[in-house]
Structure formats: C-alpha cells, structure tokens
Design a protein. Structure first.
Length: 466
C-alpha cells in the first residue's frame, strides 16, 4: 500500500455532517416534566402521545428545512420547439445554456443535448460567459452535464472563458468540449469553492502572447477538482500559456487528477502561492514544460505523485515542504528550481528514464543542499544522477550519487542500465518483481499503474473513465 500524502487532499473534499440544530429537542420535554415548576403538582408532565407528536413535528420541520427539490432540465438548441420561455422539459427544452445558468438552484441538473453552442461574450476577464446565478451546496451541487452519448461543444464570441463559475460555489461542469478558438481562456473558476470540472475536453491553439492564456484557470478558489479531462493545445510565447493555470494565494486544496494534458507550453502552471494543491494520476506529454511551479508570492506547497511526466518538474520559487513521489519521469531531469526559496523538499519513489548519459536529479539554484531538501531517497535512474545546489549563491554545491549518499540522502536510490531493467515490457509498463517492494515503505516504485495512465482512451467526454 502506497503511503501517499492524503490528509491535505482529502480535507479538500471531506463531506462534513450538517451542523447540529440550535434547538435541543429533549430540553423542552425535560423542562415540562419538572413537577417543581408547578408548585409540586405534576401538571407539567406530558403524555407519551403528546411527546411523540411534538417530536414528530420537530423531525418533519428539520427534514423540510434540509430538503432540496432537485429538478432535471433540458437544453436542446436543435429541437423544433426550443425556447428559453419553455419549462425546460425534454419535450419543451430551453434553447441556451446561458438561460439554464439563470434558473438552476441547488441540486438541479441541466442536460445539454448535441450541438455547438456559442455562449456569447463574458462580461469580464474573471467571469465566464455562462456563470451560474446561484450556488449549490456540498450535498446538492448545481450540475451542467452533456447529455449521455452526445457531443456538446461550447464556443464564445468574446476573448475570455466560456464556462465555469465566478463567485458561486458547488458548481459542476461535466462532459463538454470547450473550443477556445483564439480565446485567452477556456474555463475559469474564480472566488468560489468546491467546484468540479470533469470529463471535459479543452482545445486551445497558439496565440502570440506572453500574457495569461489558460485552458482551465483556477483563481482564489478553494477545494476544487479538475478530473478526467483532456487539456491540449494551449500554446504561446511563455509558460503563461498553460493547460491548467492556478493563480493567487486563495487557490488552495485543489486536486488535479486523472487528466491527459498535452501539447501545451506549460502543462500546469501553479503560478502564485498555491497552498496544498495536489497533482496525481495525470499524464503529461508533449508539453514544453509539464509542471511549472510558483514564480511569485509564496510559500507554496504541492503534492505531486503517481503521474507520468514526459519532461521535468520545475518547482521554481518559494516552495516549502513540497512532495514529489511515485512518478514516472521520462526526461533527463527530475526536479529543478531556478528561483529562490525552495526548501525542505521531499522526493522519493520516482522512476527517471532519460535515455541519456546522465540525469540532473535535483537542481535548486538559490538554496544549499541542507535547506533545499528534507528527504530524498528510493529513486530509480537509468543513468548516473547529478545534483546541483546554490548556483546563484556564493557557495555552489555539486554532488555525485556517492557524495549525496555520504550526506545522508539517496542511500537507497539505484541506477540501472536500461528501461528493460525496470519494466517487464514497454507496452504494459509492469514493474519487474524486484522493484515492487523497493520503495520507501516497502511499496512499489513509480505510479501504481503506468499502463492505465498512458491509456488516452480513458480521458475526456467519451473516455472509458466515465
């Protein structure tokens, strides 16, 4: 069993019990049974029938106060009787997703049927063109879902995001294709909590810009999830063009999981002060930089595990206690940081396949070894690793694997000669038996199931992971 970091990430989605009522239903009964309140006479004693009736009324009141009358509505712009003046039934559907967003209340669902929907222009850079008018609740979110088996594509006539949530909590977008078509954003969640983007496909393209250009942008949002999506083609002239952009210190306890993120300038750019954000079970490939960490504000902390990275993990500035473990990294670098403040990192159980003469296992340019790392061990390399700390300081430190071991790090890390010494075969990527218990906790090295992560058919609106 892998000993993955779970406390912070599961706290992001824990379903707390509803608050206890401010009314103590037993107190009135106990008080009424107090005969001393009535001069020693038992006039205050209730009959069993009265007590049961009172409790029944209270129970009904509590049930009604917490109930949600959930409604499923339909949007079908191709229906011959479509109209936003309709009741939104399957026989009389609405015409636009925009109208659905004004109507849906907690617990409601809008099922959107096949077609390409132009949702117009957003009113501002931080607000999507389709922004719900109401919030859901933790147990009764508002859900926008592509009708099962239907391809629903969303475009805009403006330059900003098509869908998402600005200021509304517990919103779910499920199963849509968002074609950015020269827009700066596809989906945005801003100033909201516990929103979910899942089973979507976000399609970007090259824009000649160094400004913020994001497939999915999460800003000042808490405990949101991005899961089972395809995010591709968001390219520009800097890492500001990112498949997933996480911005501002309010973006915390985010979970990005089970996504196929490819052909972007930056796969993920967790740009500013990300707090306890988790990246797990994603497949990053053909990105200029798969993961680009904090470069302003801080300190940030990430939990990065069970991913496949075709490229290096760049933590960059102001990281404290970030954990990188159980990943497969197919590149000649494992972890790096060009800017300052990366301290107390923890790196273990990673497999690094470079097909190169050497691997830069860890390069932290503004911190000495003793500050940069809290733990590094049980990693597997297919070439001799090197380590470089403090290049931008007056005391640069360079180490070989043997020298790292002498400092107490990497004592159980190993070097193999080729990929064939790691996996049974290249297709299944099943570990050889000797690596299945070679990890920090006698667990397996690398992701739990590489073949599943590499199966691109499992992601997106029509993926097998639905």
């Amino acid at each position: 069993m892998k000993q993955a970091r779970v406390v912070a990430e599961e706290a992001a989605v824990t379903r707390f019990a509803p608050p206890e009522s401010q009314v103590d239903v037993m107190q009135p009964v106990a008080a009424s049974c107090d005969a001393n309140r009535y001069g020693g006479k038992e006039l205050g004693r209730m009959s069993d029938k009265t007590i049961l009736m009172a409790l029944g009324v209270l129970a009904l009141a509590f049930a009604l106060s917490g109930s949600v009358h959930a409604v499923t509505y339909y949007v079908d712009q191709s229906h011959p009787r479509r109209s936003d003046n309709n009741p939104g039934t399957q026989a009389l559907p609405w015409k636009t997703i925009n109208h659905a967003a004004t109507v849906l209340q907690a617990g409601d669902t809008a099922l959107v049927k096949e077609g390409t929907y132009n949702v117009g222009a957003s009113p501002g850079w931080a607000v999507p063109a389709v922004n719900p008018s109401h919030s859901g609740t933790r147990d009764n979110p508002i859900t926008f879902r592509a009708y099962p088996g239907h391809k629903v594509t969303i475009t805009t006539s403006g330059g900003q995001a098509a869908i998402g949530s600005a200021g509304k909590d517990y919103i779910v977008w499920d199963g849509f294709v968002v074609d950015m078509a020269d827009r700066l954003k596809g989906i945005i969640i801003c100033d909201a909590k516990e929103c979910v983007i899942k089973h979507c496909e976000v399609i970007g393209n090259y824009i000649p810009t160094g400004d913020n250009h994001d497939g999915i942008r999460i800003e000042r949002a808490e405990a949101c999830r991005i899961q089972h999506n395809i995010i591709r083609g968001v390219r520009g002239d800097s890492p500001n063009s990112a498949g997933v952009k996480v911005y501002s210190k309010g973006a915390k306890n985010l979970i990005v999981e089970d996504n196929y993120i490819y052909d972007n300038t930056a796969g993920v750019f967790d740009k500013d002060f990300g707090v306890q954000n988790t990246y797990r079970r994603n497949y990053f490939t053909r990105n200029q930089t798969p993961f680009y960490g904090n470069n302003q504000g801080g300190p940030a902390v990430y939990y990065i595990y069970d991913n496949v990275f075709d490229g290096r993990i760049e933590l960059h500035a102001a990281n404290t206690g970030t954990e990188v473990h159980d990943n497969l990294v197919r590149a000649d670098r494992l972890v790096g940081a060009w800017a300052g403040g990366v301290v107390h990192g923890k790196i273990w159980n990673n497999i690094v396949i470079s097909k190169s003469p050497s691997i830069m296992a860890c390069q932290i340019k503004k911190a000495p070894l003793t500050n940069a790392l809290a733990y590094m061990d049980y990693n597997l390399y297919d070439a001799e690793p090197a380590y470089d700390f403090g290049e931008y300081t007056s005391d640069r430190q360079r180490f070989t694997l043997a020298q790292m071991r002498s400092t107490g790090f990497e004592k159980n890390s190993r070097v193999v000669s080729s990929l064939n010494d790691v996996f049974e075969d290249r297709k299944s990527c099943r570990l050889l038996a000797k690596w299945k218990t070679a990890g920090r906790y006698n667990d397996a090295l690398g992701p739990e199931n590489v073949a599943v992560l590499l199966d691109t058919a499992r992601y997106g609106p029509s993926g097998s992971g639905r």
